[in-house]
Structure formats: C-alpha cells, structure tokens
Design a protein around this ligand. Structure first.
Ligand code: CS2
Length: 443
C-alpha cells in the first residue's frame, strides 16, 4: 500500500479530543475539522476514538496507523486527502492503558459523541453511552483534572441539553458521589448542529478508489464537499472558532433548519425509495416528479419553525435537494430508512404538530409519514429500536387502525396529534392504490 502521510508530524502529540462512536460520520466530519487544526498548528487536536460495540473499525484503522483517506466527491470531481487527526482508538475498556492515558491527557479539551439518536437513554446499565461517559468523567474528576467540554454530534434537537439530562439522571440513578454530581452539573454541554453526508462505505467504492488512485484504503471515507458544524457559545469557545466551527447563539434554529429541511427530506426520500424499489436516494431525487414534491414538502416544513436570520431558506432547500442528488456519494435508502422511530419525531412529527397548532397546511407531511408506515407494512427489512412493537402494530389491514396503533407505540416520542391520524391513514390507502409517486405528484 502506498504510504498514507498527513501534512504534519504526528510524533509526540497529546490527545486533545476523545470521540465516542468511531463511525463513518465522525471520520468524515469532526476528524476533518481536527485535521485542519493540526495542519494549521492551532494546538493539540489529536483524537482518541472509542468504538462502543465492535472492534471492526479500530482493527482496520490500526493496520494503517489510524490514518485514512477522506475523498470529497461531486460529479466527476474527486478531492482525496489523508486524515491524520485520529492518533489511536479502541473498544471501550477502562482497563486499557492507552485509553486511560487519553482520558487523563492534560490537553484534553473536548469529548465529542456520535452514537445515533437511540443511544440517549438514562439508566443504570453499565454499557450504555451515558454510563460509560460518566465513568470517563469520574476518572478525570478523581484526579482533580479540568472537565472537558462535551459536544453531542447526533441529530437531536437541543442535543447538548439532552446529553446533560441523561448524564445527570444516570448519575443520580447510580447514586454517584454528590461532589461529582455537582461537578457534572457544571460541565459545558453546548448544543451543536453537524451536517455532512457520509454514507457507509462499500467494497466497490474502495475498489474504484484503488483503480483511480493506485492504493487500497480499507478505511476510506467517501463524502460530499459540503460540511457544517455550528456550536452554541460557551466558555472557551474561541478554541472551536479557531478550528473553523461556527459559534452561534442561534444553534436551535440551525438544528431545526437542518433536521426538518435536510433530514426530513432525506428520510421521506428514503421511505419513498424503499417503497419504489430504488436503492440510492440520489436515484429518487433525480426523478423530476419526486424532487418537485420534495421542494413542496420543504415549503410546508419551513413554515413550522423560525430559521436562522442569516439563512436564505429557499436557497438552503434547493441546496439540500442538490446534496441528496449527489450521485458520486451513493447513500443507500435502506441505511437512511433505519431507526425511523428515533429520527422522525425531530424530522417530521414536531413540524406536523406545530403546523396543526397554527392551523397551517401540512398534508404533504402527513403523506411523508404515511410512507414510513407503509414501509413498516411492506415486508421489507426494518431496523429500528422499536421494530418488534412497530411491525406488530403497523401490519393490520385497516389503515386507521394501523396509524392509531403505530402512534400509540410505547416509547415513540412526540407522536402526531390525534386529529391528523385519519389524514395519514387516507394517504396510506392512496399509496397502496396508486403508488407513492402518483400521490406525491398531486400534492
Ligand atoms: C441521514 C443522515 O442516515 C440518516 O438518517 O439522514 O445521516 C444525514 O446524512 C446526515 O445527518 C447529514 O448531515
């Protein structure tokens, strides 16, 4: 293999960031910001990555000394660069010396987290994300070291506040030392909005890259040129501004903008694709009738919240559609369709309820939700933390009953206002009769 070399020396570096959840998204997003910082020499931003469940990613990265290529792609354009910001990583195991050294690093400024929406559960089980984080933090506390800033990079509204809530609740349930609980309550957990399309890599993309560039990178990341990271102001936020992160008090507005107009469109396109036998979402958005519908859906979604003052919403929506349509970054609809019960509340349900309350048009969102329920009924493979319950409830003949039962699933967040259930059921019937594209065309 051709040697992978970043543009800076990695010798004698100290860990500045611990990341929890070493998936493709982290490697294609936050690790790139840290790589920029290391290139420009603004301090220690090297990362120790923790894989919560499987050693597959760390084993593959270790073979390459944790360096890998991020290839930005759009149309014919390819822009590969070697990322050297991840210095080391492992499964979560506090008995592992490199991990405990990383936790005690004097340079540690940040702990970032990407564990997906469903992992934010308070409780006492020792292998949950909140409890593992608590164990990490306790180790620093017990040595009198400064608390790092914790940044959730998961697609949840007010993700920082949410993280703090699950940490405090778990600490309380575990009856941890009260001085520690007090210290914990004062840790900064600013809300943040992250955005970049980084699909799971496929073996064929790795082969294609090798043909084009002459070396095989088993840890390759393929992504779009676009990336954004906005974090709420907090003590020490200058450091983040120095590495290209936007600091904005309007982070809540940015979250709603992204979760509803980008992710809402993404999920709706994924369920449409699944029901239409379309493998990649770029193929769906290439259908003029479908992209036309998505533009009209975004118009209704955009009425459900206040956008950041500096953003041109129509432009943002068009850019979101173009990004979904980036055929060089093939994102499987099946991947986006996963975990609907944990994603749709913030992507579609909250918008629907806000428009219901305001008495504003929302039928396109009702249709989008009917596609999710149609997907649950379809017999296609469904991956979801509530899968067993949802499938049982969705798979009944009568649409009104299916919608009612799905909406009443225990654990489903922000369920749609009851007054909308018959509307969703009506679209479910129409989709069954005419197919999703024909229904979308008339909406
Ligand atoms: C996608 C996101 O899989 C999904 O649910 O909608 O991963 C999406 O690609 C990112 O949020 C983009 O920032």
């Amino acid at each position: 293999m051709k040697a992978l070399t970043p543009e800076y020396s990695r010798a004698d570096r100290k860990i500045g960031v611990i990341h929890f959840g070493l998936g493709a998204f982290h490697r294609g997003h936050q690790a790139v910001y840290c790589d920029d910082a290391l290139r420009s020499g603004v301090g220690e931003w090297s990362i120790y990555g923790i894989s919560p469940r499987s050693a597959r990613v760390t084993d593959a990265l270790r073979k390459q000394d944790f360096m890998y290529t991020v290839n930005e792609r759009e149309g014919e354009r390819q822009n590969p660069r070697v990322i050297g910001s991840i210095l080391d990583g492992s499964l979560y195991d506090l008995g592992n010396a490199p991990l405990s050294q990383a936790i005690l690093s004097p340079e540690l400024k940040l702990i970032t987290i990407t564990v997906t929406e469903k992992a934010y559960q308070a409780g006492i089980q020792s292998d949950s994300m909140p409890n593992r984080l608590l164990d990490i933090l306790q180790l620093r506390f017990s040595r009198g070291l400064a608390a790092p800033v914790l940044i959730s990079c998961d697609n949840l509204p007010a993700n920082g506040q949410f993280l703090q809530r699950v940490l405090l609740a778990s600490a309380h349930q575990r009856d941890l030392d009260s001085d520690f609980q007090q210290w914990l309550a004062n840790i900064s957990t600013p809300n943040s909005m992250v955005d970049r399309i980084v699909p799971a890599i496929t073996p064929s993309a790795i082969e294609e890259f090798e043909r084009e560039f002459g070396f095989c990178d088993e840890s390759l990341i393929s992504t779009e040129p676009f990336r954004q990271w906005v974090v709420e102001p907090h003590a020490g936020d200058r450091l983040l501004a120095d590495i290209g992160i936007e600091i904005s008090p309007q982070v809540e507005e940015y979250e709603a903008l992204k979760l509803r107009l980008f992710n809402g469109a993404h999920s709706t396109t994924a369920y449409f694709s699944q029901l239409s036998g379309i493998e990649y979402v770029y193929q769906a958005i290439a259908l003029p009738k479908w992209s036309g519908f998505i533009a009209r859906l975004q118009e209704q979604l955009a009425n459900s919240f206040v956008a950041p003052s500096s953003v041109d919403v129509a432009k943002y929506c068009a850019q979101a559609r173009a990004r979904i349509g980036n055929s060089a970054v093939a994102h499987r609809s099946a991947q986006i369709a996963m975990d609907g019960s944990a994603k749709l509340p913030q992507r579609l349900f909250l918008a629907m309820n806000a428009l219901h309350q305001a008495g504003q048009p929302r039928e396109r969102i009702a249709f989008a939700i009917s596609l999710w329920i149609g997907f649950l009924q379809s017999g296609l493979s469904v991956t979801d933390p509530l899968a067993a319950e949802l499938l049982d409830r969705a798979r009944v003949e009568e649409s009104n009953r299916a919608v009612r039962q799905v909406m009443q699933t225990p654990g489903l967040q922000a369920p749609i206002n009851e007054g909308e259930w018959p509307v969703i059921a009506g679209y479910l019937d129409q989709v069954r009769k005419f197919g999703p594209l024909a229904v979308a065309e008339n909406l």
